[in-house]
Design a protein. Structure first.
Length: 77
């Protein structure tokens, strides 16, 4: 089973692939998880089989805690 770790702010969510024998490899960048989660606060993550395919899907919840971000986003539109 793989391992996902949520994060805070400047970091990105990390996805570790289980290669067996207690050997985990960081696949965050090749999988695209790093790019899509950097700059947000990670609130949680879970592996769930949403499609009932027998394969676990990764569910990530991200957001922010700084109200200034909303003001900045409106100003740059």
């Amino acid at each position: 089973m793989s391992l996902a770790i949520s994060h805070f702010d400047i970091e990105y969510a990390i996805l570790y692939r289980d290669d067996g024998g207690m050997n985990f490899v960081d696949t965050s960048i090749p999988s695209g998880i790093a790019r899509g989660t950097q700059g947000y606060a990670g609130w949680g993550d879970a592996f769930v089989d949403f499609a009932n395919s027998g394969w676990q899907d990764l569910f990530l919840v991200n957001g922010h805690v700084y109200p200034q971000i909303d003001i900045l986003a409106r100003a740059t539109r």
